[in-house]
Ligand binder design. Structure first.
Ligand SMILES: *Cc1c(COP(=O)(O)O)cnc(C)c1O
Length: 386
């Protein structure tokens, strides 16, 4: 008789052989451009802290003051007695920031997407997703029980054909800035075809909010789209905001529906109120300090110019996510290790996070990088086996 989990070691071994084994790095330092691992310093090119806010002193101070006022734990779910003035004020400020009627906080982006899609569509409906959507959007679509269709990446025509054949209510779901490629969804086209078919468009702008657009309004600001064109907007707070959590923004009816029906909202403990105070401080900086977005733009251009000069396989885009395509998973891990030996942290992204045969380095920039960091990274890249 075999034990129920006796196959696990064989499975782990085969993950190893495919070059897909994942392991964690243990940090001795806080987040920033400079990280310390096992006492060794590294320059960080793999975090999503695009604006360099994760260790910002004003945000840390707001967090501490929040703890002084509210303590640590929220005590319960939002609908019991866990919804504080801090959460409420943050929701109002996020609604203002995104130009929407209301916003609702979720504990994480993953939970927001799981709970949101299931609250909007069910088994008699259809959910249509870009093939390269983030895992949480795909999982949210599957959990909803709706008919699940995936359209070719950024292909408005393909979506249009699928919409023609869809049953029930239709929800179209896309990343705003694609998390592993850095390109923008063609939102104007997507909004047009969804509108024409009376479907809803939901955009998860986890990597765009705070970073893209002159005011940090994300890809919607970039394209000049509002609540009418994109009725359902998801933002996360653990990336450019430098804190933790997520929110959904949209109409009064949308938010009230989520409060009544979204299981990942209802059946979970509210995040600490002090965290909401920290995010409020972060939002103030995001709005006021436009130099962070301008500096990022400059750094991205510098990288793209330099990468072109040394012949790297990049797909230029306007986000701080700059992938270098490699293909083979073993090779991607090897190059990432070579960079690490040289003192640079760059992650190798492999399947199933990206499609088979499209392993890559995912280089990300922060407003706290300096031009010399970009030049040093380019030099290190030119000395790898790329
Ligand atoms: C990171 C990410 C999420 C998950 O957000 P968390 O708050 O980290 O759970 C959701 N969607 C996209 C597109 C992301 O990149």
């Amino acid at each position: 008789m075999t034990l129920p989990f006796s196959g696990l070691t064989d499975q782990l071994e085969s993950i190893h052989q495919d070059g897909l084994y994942r392991s964690r790095r243990v940090l001795d330092s806080g987040q920033g451009v400079h990280l310390v691992l096992k006492g060794q310093p590294f320059i960080n090119f793999c975090s999503n802290d695009y604006l360099g806010l994760a260790s910002h002193p004003d945000i840390a101070k707001a967090f501490k003051q929040g703890v002084d006022r509210y303590g640590v734990g929220s005590g319960s779910a939002h609908l019991i007695c866990g919804h504080s003035l801090a959460h409420h004020a943050l929701e109002e400020e996020l609604a203002d920031f995104t130009g929407r009627s209301r916003a609702l906080l979720f504990s994480t982006g993953y939970m927001a997407n799981m709970g949101l899609i299931s609250a909007l569509v069910g088994p008699s409906d259809t959910v249509l997703e870009d093939r390269l959507n983030h895992a949480s959007l795909l999982d949210g679509g599957l959990l909803s029980g709706a008919r699940f269709k995936r359209y070719t990446h950024a292909d408005t025509e393909h979506l249009n054909r699928q919409l023609e054949m869809s049953a029930g209510k239709a929800l179209v779901v896309t990343d705003g800035v694609f998390s592993m490629d850095g390109d923008f969804a063609p939102l104007a086209g997507l909004a047009k075809v969804t509108h024409k078919k009376n479907a809803w468009l939901m955009v998860d702008d986890a990597h765009g909010l705070g970073v893209i657009g002159a005011n940090g309004g994300g890809v919607l600001e970039h394209y000049g789209l509002g609540q009418h064109e994109v009725p359902v907007l998801v933002g996360t707070l653990g990336k450019a905001f430098g804190t933790f959590g997520a929110f959904v923004a949209g109409s009064e009816a949308l938010i009230e529906t989520l409060i009544q029906k979204s299981r990942t909202y209802i059946y979970t403990t509210a995040t600490p109120p002090a965290l909401a105070e920290a995010t409020r401080a972060s939002l103030k900086i995001i709005i006021a300090e436009t130099w962070r977005r301008e500096k990022l733009k400059m750094l991205i251009k510098r990288f793209q110019r330099g990468a072109g000069q040394i012949g790297l396989a990049i797909k230029p885009n306007e986000s701080p996510i700059q992938p270098v395509l490699i293909g083979d998973s073993h090779k991607a891990s090897h190059v990432s290790r070579q960079l690490e030996q040289a003192g640079y942290l760059v992650s190798a992204i492999r399947p199933p996070t990206v499609p088979k045969g499209s392993a890559r380095l995912r280089i990300t920039f922060s407003a706290l990088h300096e031009e010399q960091h970009i030049d040093q990274l380019l030099d290190a890249l030119s000395h790898t086996d790329l």
